[in-house]
Design a protein around this ligand. Structure first.
Ligand SMILES: Nc1ncnc2c1ncn2[C@@H]1O[C@H](COP(=O)(O)OP(=O)(O)OP(=O)(O)O)[C@@H](O)[C@H]1O
Ligand SMILES: O=P(O)(O)OC[C@H]1O[C@H](OP(=O)(O)OP(=O)(O)O)[C@H](O)[C@@H]1O
Ligand SMILES: O=C(O)c1cccnc1
Length: 494
């Protein structure tokens, strides 16, 4: 098996959980495959105990859906699956049906770089039940991880208060795609570059880096190592100064910086990778300034995350570039976003949408039923509230109340006429045809920054962030309550 060439055999369509295929088969057998359905992809709680989530991964979804077709190899594999008695798991007629199946769903989704909140549909899929169901796991796989990492990156970049954050994660990332997708999402979330050269090549992310301790160790002395590096890269001299002794290290960097200056070149800076980063950065800053290098930057790395960066800022550390790897690309303190994908409505024989509800002992897990969408209200450029409402449902432009789906006592009165409205779900596919022009990665990054800027800083703080108001429009709230009560009655729940 050559992972570089043969692993996916040109098709990702089987990137699903087996139960999607068994359900697909059973839908087909019971004549329900072509019934029209609406599913929503949403999450229930922000990651990292935060107050916001930054959407990412849609470009992968667009690519996945554009190429949604069972290949000959896929069908051969499914055809060879056997039950214990030796019979086929999937009828030949079903595999022929899959062979002919063309992606024909409508997909509406929030764009990458949009700030999103619990219970809001991030992706809405409308189409034949069988196709909607087959998309469950691939969509979750593609959205959950990049959204998680983009959010982590945004938190780290917010802590760095606009200073450069370099993503250094490749060596500790979760495998090949975990690394590539993380570098992409980290860039969306605000990182200025990656050390991952393949991500640079594939996505056009700027690549950057310094050098490792082994470079120093390969020379008889640190001074000789710095001189050799400056000789090879006179325009890219960020010296790692902590291999033996940080203070001695910066003195050696200064010596080579002065040699460079004689040749008309300027040392860019130094990197610290151990020890007390507040103490050493301040000592190093003093020495650099005294020696005539006030513009030399101090880069810090070593297990950084948003909390350590924030603490170092509070300690007035003299760091202005942050190298962050492991804790960013693995989302170390919360390694998964829990987005889910649930049936919201099914069309009945009269052509009407029937809203669907899933009960749960945990009220947090009761879904929002019906064919619904989400709007954001802005006052000037500031986001004030999001409203989830039934698609096509008229709502008053006067005063209306939106109700928090997880606590109906939390309500907010808004006056839509006073605000600008934005429909968060954008048309991506119509009847299987792509309607969306994919933005460039740089456009997504700019959008993410603008979106984050539109939220009050109280929603973005690390500790106990202020809850941004997201609520159900009243009609949808009442519909949901009715369905909960009715379903409890019908299903014999207490
Ligand atoms: N002033 C500081 N305030 C808060 N955290 C800091 C400060 N200085 C360093 N840290 C963080 O503390 C941790 C120190 O970890 P660790 O003990 O592994 O580093 P170290 O002592 O430099 O050793 P090593 O050489 O193994 O990296 C790192 O996560 C680092 O980012
Ligand atoms: O700490 P991270 O956020 O993951 O950033 C990347 C780390 O990778 C390198 O360390 P290396 O792999 O050489 O190991 P080290 O811990 O011994 O420095 C570098 O010196 C950083 O410390
Ligand atoms: O370029 C660097 O300094 C770098 C790259 C990867 C990991 N740690 C540091």
């Amino acid at each position: 098996m050559k992972i570089t060439k043969d692993l996916y055999q040109g098709s990702l369509t089987l990137l699903l959980d087996y139960y999607q295929l068994t359900m697909a088969y059973a839908y087909w057998k019971s004549g329900k495959a072509e019934e029209e359905a609406v599913f929503n992809l949403f999450f229930r709680k922000h990651p990292f105990n935060g107050g916001f989530t930054l959407a990412a991964g849609l470009e992968y979804v667009v690519d996945f859906c554009s190429n949604f077709k069972f290949s000959k190899e896929d069908l051969n594999y499914l055809g060879a699956m056997k039950n214990q008695d030796g019979s086929r798991v999937f009828d030949k007629a079903f595999l022929d049906y899959l062979k002919e199946m063309d992606f024909s769903c409508d997909i509406d989704a929030v764009e990458e770089g949009t700030v999103v909140f619990p219970n809001e549909p991030m992706i809405r899929v409308k189409g034949p039940l069988i196709q909607c169901q087959l998309l469950e796991t691939p969509l979750l796989n593609l959205i959950n991880f990049q959204t998680l990492i983009a959010t982590k990156a945004a938190r780290i970049n917010l802590s760095a208060k606009g200073e450069s954050v370099l993503e250094f994660g490749l060596r500790r990332a979760q495998g090949i795609d975990g690394a590539l997708a993380a570098s992409r999402a980290a860039y969306i979330g605000g990182c200025s570059s990656t050390s991952n050269v393949m991500a640079g090549k594939l996505f056009g992310i700027p690549v950057s880096g310094t050098h490792a301790h082994s470079w120093i160790m390969a020379f008889p002395s640190e001074l000789e190592a710095f001189e050799a590096y400056a000789g090879a890269f006179p325009d890219k001299t960020t010296f790692l100064i902590d291999t033996y002794d940080t203070i001695n290290g910066v003195k050696n960097a200064i010596k080579v910086g002065l040699q460079l200056r004689e040749k008309g070149k300027e040392m860019l800076g130094v990197r610290l990778d151990s020890g007390d980063l507040a103490y050493y950065s301040n000592e190093v800053r003093t020495l650099l300034d005294k020696a005539g290098f006030p513009d030399a930057k101090i880069v810090a790395s070593n297990d950084l995350d948003e909390h350590i960066i924030s603490s170092l800022k509070n300690q007035e550390a003299s760091i202005s570039v942050w190298g962050v790897g492991t804790k960013l690309v693995t989302a170390y303190d919360q390694p998964a976003l829990g987005a889910v994908y649930k049936l919201a409505a099914l069309k009945n024989s009269k052509g009407e949408w029937e809203p669907k509800i899933k009960l749960s002992q945990q009220s947090l897990k009761i879904n929002i039923p019906g064919y619904h969408t989400v709007k954001r209200f802005y006052s000037k450029d500031k986001a004030v509230a999001d409203m989830i409402h039934l698609e096509g449902q008229e709502y008053t432009k006067g005063s209306l109340v939106i109700i928090d789906p997880s606590d109906q006592t939390r309500r907010k009165r808004i006056m839509p006429a006073f605000y600008q409205e934005e429909e968060l779900l954008k048309p991506i596919f119509k009847k299987g045809k792509k309607k969306y022009k994919l933005p460039s990665l740089d456009e997504i990054k700019v959008k993410a920054k603008k979106q984050l800027d539109s939220f009050d800083k109280t929603h973005k703080r690390l500790v106990n962030p202020h809850l941004y108001p997201v609520g159900l429009e009243e009609n949808l709230h009442h519909l949901r309550m009715e369905l909960i009560l009715k379903s409890k009655e019908e299903n014999g729940a207490d």
